[in-house]
Design a protein around this ligand. Structure first.
Ligand SMILES: [Zn+2]
Length: 149
């Protein structure tokens, strides 16, 4: 998906080499996963998210680590507690990114794949790919705000 490039763009715009590398890793993992969804590319995509978020949380690890542990023990989507842990880690820097992530999450939910009660995939609406593309761009922007904000 071309919108994965947003991670590269915002990573490079930060002027932080380590953050840019983590964001490029996320972009490659995400693009590979969308092109060839396998367990390996899924792991690459996830590890890119964790790398970028862990780097953002690193200076605030003493606050972020307990929140991350609690978040990952809770059921549900892994991204929500991960983002929650980031905000717990450095809430004072994250205010500008909060509405961006909130909007991204709402749009991601509108476009996400669904299954019926029998576990069969429900037909994906035409706008689903645009929702997911917007998710890529908005989360890349939000992460950039967290790095430079
Ligand atoms: Zn994606």
């Amino acid at each position: 998906m071309i919108t994965c490039a947003a991670y590269v763009v915002f990573g490079l715009m930060s002027g932080d080499v380590v953050f840019a590398i983590a964001m490029c890793w996320l972009a490659v993992g995400s693009a590979l996963f969308h092109g060839y969804p396998t367990m390996l590319t899924d792991a690459l995509d996830r590890s890119g998210m964790y790398a970028a978020m862990a780097y953002l949380a690193l200076p605030h690890w003493s606050a972020a680590a307990p929140a991350a542990v609690v978040g990952f023990l809770l059921p549900g989507n892994v991204l929500v507690p991960a983002i929650g842990a980031l905000f717990a880690g450095f809430i004072w820097r994250a205010w500008s990114a909060l509405p961006v992530f909130a909007l991204a999450y709402v749009i991601w939910n509108i476009g996400k794949r669904r299954w019926d009660d029998d576990g069969d995939p429900v037909t994906v609406p035409w706008y689903a790919r645009y929702c997911h593309g917007a998710w890529h761009v908005l989360t890349a922007y939000g992460m950039w705000l967290m790095r430079v904000g």
